[in-house]
Write a protein that binds this ligand. Sequence first.
Ligand SMILES: [Zn+2]
Ligand SMILES: [Zn+2]
Length: 356
Amino acid sequence: MRAVVYRGANNLRVETVPVPRIQSDEILVKVAVCGVCPTDIKKIQFGTVPPPRILGHETAGTISQVGARLRGFRVGERVALHHHVPCLDCHACRHRAFAQCLQYKRTGITAGFEPSGGGYAEYVRVMAPVLPGVVKIPAGNTFIEGAMLEPVNTVLKAINRLSLLSTDWVLVIGQGPIGLLFTRLLALRGMRVAASDLLPERLTLAKRFGAAAVLRADERGFCANAMRLTRGQGLDAVIVTVPSDAAVHQAQELARGAGQVLLFAHTRRGVWTQMDLSTVCVEEKDLIGSYSSDFTLQQEVAELVFSRRLDVRELVTHRFPLEQTEKAIQLAARPAADSLKIVVAQDEGESGKSRI
Ligand SMILES: [Zn+2]
Ligand SMILES: [Zn+2]
């Protein structure tokens, strides 16, 4: 089969590799769509993981083989996958810190080499520990919607880390695909969202996604304008969806006393910054983070996306064929005015009708 193999920093190659062989308690899935995620971009650009690997973890496709001992799955079923599933039983899981669970940290989907998601390949092997993370895609929904379950889950998990009351003001810094998901999900929960970004096109979209106010992040008076929304009280929460230190400092300034600042994009290790710690100790502003998904939200996320109460289709602006995965990653790394979520899509060609 064809696969995009990561061979080192900024080195992706389209290669022919063996179709993964499954065990009797595993399934093989023919990949239809795999979303390009910023965490993959980071690994590829900075070479933060040892090669060779086949990356890509926001995967949806069709079951093409079911292990002999396995019940509950059928060849031909359209499914969305989760590459991490917690054990629900360890110390971390009992604290609902699922992303710190040892089983969770082991990637359970592979297209070959060290298991790394494998979505940038024609087929993936789904191992037993992550089978509870397989979600069936309803007939009326697309593979793209299936591939969006994982990113939506990570956003909903982060929102659940906030202690908000309805009509609270939340500033979401950055209106890329993740920021827009925050905007929409917070609006659905009855929060008033102030959305900021550098690109006016994204602010227009943020309004459609339910933002009560939009702010150009580079305009003079940005902080004053954000404060004015809350009559000078400060924001109840500020979510930073861009890996910018300046944004964190702004967030820390704009949060009200005992408000919360949530980091969602600072995933790169070794990045240091200075901070006035009295804002945490005296002003009681919580600085928190959220990473990865929450298995217990899987059903809620599937209902939100498949019912289209959260319509993710508008977020996907570009599709690239598998051979052009590198282009897809380059575009995702340097977003243009008209680019949001980017996916690698392999057309199924089922009776000439694509359901991507
Ligand atoms: Zn992701
Ligand atoms: Zn666990």
